[in-house]
Design a protein around this ligand. Structure first.
Ligand code: NOJ
Ligand code: CA
Length: 708
């Protein structure tokens, strides 16, 4: 409060003075006073901000503004018309989440700027939290600012030095990359080898990286750059001026190369900077959710977390197929009678196989079964940039949609729908209503959608404004049908799940699927919570028990870079209300003692405690299951392994609990002996300290339940 009053007085002084060109700096403090943001105008009238943490500069003077197409830029020549300071503090309850309550507490400065030569306004709203800063542009309607086209947004983030960064290449179409850890000064040199091939990719530039970007300064301050509430705007990448260590926003272009068509009044997404000297605070931050609008759905009673199995991994590793036949060199959906076509006999989504997964789900308390390849059109779904690729409503002859759903429902299980669009988005929108109606008819309430390949309309990118609008449209339309959405290959999440909690999952990063081919770096899951997960949960699809793909497909020599114990830990470290048990039923049946953890682990939480964290090295998390006294702990490690001395002081004092520990065996090794695990039981209480060792590429998982 003291800080806020100081700020208000300063602002009042500036306003009294009327229009000021090189105004006195305006200072905003976070509620706890550790962060300080200073706003000023340069001599040229450029909006400029600085961010300091505990007295140290983390963002040097950085300019803000936008370059417009065929119009005067919104970058300089501004005066301050008015500033308004305010403060906000509320606690809200997410429909699902890492904690039951989320505190949204910030001090705000709303700066109204006026561009004298153009006679129009531009406003910037700053919100300073204890864990970071958010700012956004607001474009008020005036006769000189109504319709406008963005050539580029020039929001700068000037770093204080040559930070270490965990980054993936800037790309307009995919985020399915391994992370590179390097100094900022090394990005240019390392970028050409930091990527591998994807079905659709368009590199953004030689020093361009994606958000969320995690960094660490040489003196140990963690900084994360991302965006919040990406709506009707194109997704932001970060372009590095590596001589001066200045990042600048770099928006995804549309098919014409333009970067956004806007109509005032309107707003940009928030640009976010999370800051702390404790890595664990990066993971517990709710800044991005807080910057999003509250839930817009009136009734959320139909939204629920989902644990699911699937007819999936067997297609990913090549053991079976999405398609039905080899006999069709091309498919025109309307003219093929699949009942007259000879099947290759490898179609995964067949009645018997789906029943097997339903039985396993029912036996083990899993909620749903995903079935991919159930609908006609998979013979040439990919690589043709084909328009009318799927109809999302017609099953293959060996998938009895009615009978299978009835069978599942009779056992308390639901099927989980799959809509692969193959990037043909016009076609998806054409069929969306019928596709969602079909789901309603047969009792599906969740869909996994996908956007593999180049986007149609041709020339659009996965992360451009047009697609950003499509993804949200799909979620909003789904909500009308009480359908939850898990979109793969869509734009990276920016906290919109607060506003639309039926968006229960996204991929938007390199998931487990790569482990069946090119593999993921051993430290991948020690980085994702710092980066990709900042914007929302990921459908990472953990739970692989058989690491050697040749056991299922002799032609596949890939190997999952993980121990089995680490696969269990991921259910806790990779927060998501949607969790898959991704492996084959046959592989689980060989290790039902370990599968017990997947059966038990919760997917919705009252509380989460980040106990240990260092990007690229290890993450240890404890979470308390929602409406339950049970806790679950997970630890995942990179190349160096990790030993924890785990204090269980989060447990209720004076209570006895039984801990079941699923740990790497002494001789476990993620390459040569990944299935070596040890399960032990211990009586524990809030004074217990557990010494636990995770091998390189390993981890441990613990379930802790009250004794008796
Ligand atoms: C890519 C998705 O990430 C994967 O999960 C899915 O199986 C394939 N596309 C096919 O839709
Ligand atoms: Ca994917």
């Amino acid at each position: 409060m003291k800080h806020l009053i100081r700020t208000i007085l300063l602002v009042a002084a500036i306003c009294l003075a009327g229009k000021i060109i090189a105004a006195e700096p305006i200072v905003l403090h976070s509620p706890n006073g550790k962060l300080q943001m200073t706003f000023s105008l340069s001599e040229k009238g450029e909006p400029t901000y600085i961010l300091q943490y505990k007295g140290k500069t983390v963002i040097r003077p950085s300019h803000l503004g936008l370059e417009l197409k065929n119009a005067h830029n919104l970058q300089q020549d501004f005066v301050i018309k008015k500033t308004t300071a305010s403060s906000f503090d509320e606690t809200w309850q997410p429909v699902w989440g890492e904690t039951r309550n989320i505190r949204n507490h910030y001090n705000e400065m709303f700066v109204e700027l006026y561009q004298q030569s153009q006679e129009r306004g531009l406003n910037i709203r700053f919100r300073l939290y204890d864990d970071g800063l958010g700012f956004r542009y607001e474009f008020p309607l005036s006769k000189n600012l109504n319709y406008f086209v963005i050539k580029e947004e020039h929001s700068q983030f000037a770093m204080s030095g040559d930070n270490t960064a965990w980054w993936i290449p800037g790309d307009y179409d995919t985020q399915e990359y391994n992370y590179t850890e390097s100094k900022l000064s090394e990005i240019r040199q390392k970028l050409p080898t930091a990527y591998d091939n994807n079905a659709s990719q368009t590199l953004a530039g030689p020093t361009c990286v994606q958000t969320s970007l995690q960094m660490k300064t040489p003196d140990g301050i963690y900084i994360n750059l991302h965006e919040a509430a990406l709506v009707d705007y194109s997704c932001m990448h970060l372009n590095l001026d590596d001589k001066n260590m200045i990042f600048e926003s770099f928006l995804t272009p549309d098919a014409r190369g333009d970067k956004g068509y806007l109509q005032a009044p309107c707003k940009s997404p928030w640009r976010t900077i999370i800051v702390s000297d404790d890595a664990r605070d990066m993971l517990s931050s709710n800044l991005i959710l807080n910057l999003n609008d509250p839930c817009k759905l009136k009734d959320t009673s139909w939204i629920h977390p989902v644990k699911y199995a699937g007819v999936w991994w067997e297609m990913i590793n090549g053991m079976s197929q999405w398609s039905y036949t080899w006999d069709l060199p091309s498919v025109k959906l309307d003219s093929i009678d699949y009942t007259k076509v000879k099947t290759h006999g490898k179609h995964g989504a067949n009645n018997a196989n789906v029943r097997k997964y339903i039985d396993f789900a029912a036996e083990n308390g899993l909620d749903q079964v995903l079935v991919e390849g159930w609908n006609i059109g998979w013979e040439d779904w990919f690589g043709q940039e084909k328009d009318y690729v799927f109809d999302f409503t017609t099953p293959y002859p060996d998938f009895d949609i009615k009978a299978l759903n009835e069978y599942a429902h009779s056992k308390g299980v639901k099927l989980l729908m799959h809509h692969e669009t193959s990037g043909s988005v016009r076609n998806y929108e054409r069929h969306m209503e019928a596709a969602y109606n079909l789901m309603n008819k047969y009792g599906y309430d969740a869909v996994k959608s996908g956007y593999v390949g180049n986007i149609l309309p041709r020339g659009e990118h996965h992360y451009g404004q047009w697609m950003v609008n499509h993804y949200l449209y799909a979620v909003q339309e789904a909500a009308k049908h009480h359908i939850m959405v898990n979109a793969h290959e869509a734009v990276r999440p920016t906290g919109l799940c607060r506003t639309y909690p039926n968006l229960i999952g996204n991929e938007a990063a390199r998931g487990t699927e790569y482990e069946a081919g090119a593999s993921n770096h051993v430290n991948h899951t020690t980085i994702l919570p710092f980066t990709r997960l900042q914007g929302g949960p990921m459908d990472y699809t953990p739970g692989i028990f058989e690491m050697d793909m040749s056991k299922m497909n002799p032609n596949n020599h890939a190997h999952v870079n993980s121990t089995l114990a680490r696969q269990l830990a991921l259910y806790v470290t990779m927060y998501s209300p949607l969790q898959m048990a991704a492996d084959l039923v046959e592989n689980y049946r060989k290790h039902m003692d370990a599968f017990q953890f997947i059966k038990d682990v919760a997917v919705d939480w009252d509380d989460s405690r980040y106990l240990e964290a260092e990007p690229g090295q290890y993450i240890t998390v404890a979470r308390k299951a929602k409406n339950s006294a049970n806790w679950f702990v997970g630890c995942t490690t990179g190349e160096n392994g990790h030993t924890s001395h785990l204090k269980l002081n989060f447990l209720d004092k004076g209570k006895k609990y039984i801990a079941t520990i699923y740990a790497d065996a002494k001789n476990a090794n993620y390459r040569t002996n990944p299935q070596a695990y040890v399960i032990s039981k211990k009586t524990v209480n809030s004074n217990t300290v557990l010494k636990l060792k995770a091998v390189p590429g390993g981890g441990y998982a613990i379930s802790i339940k009250p004794a008796n």
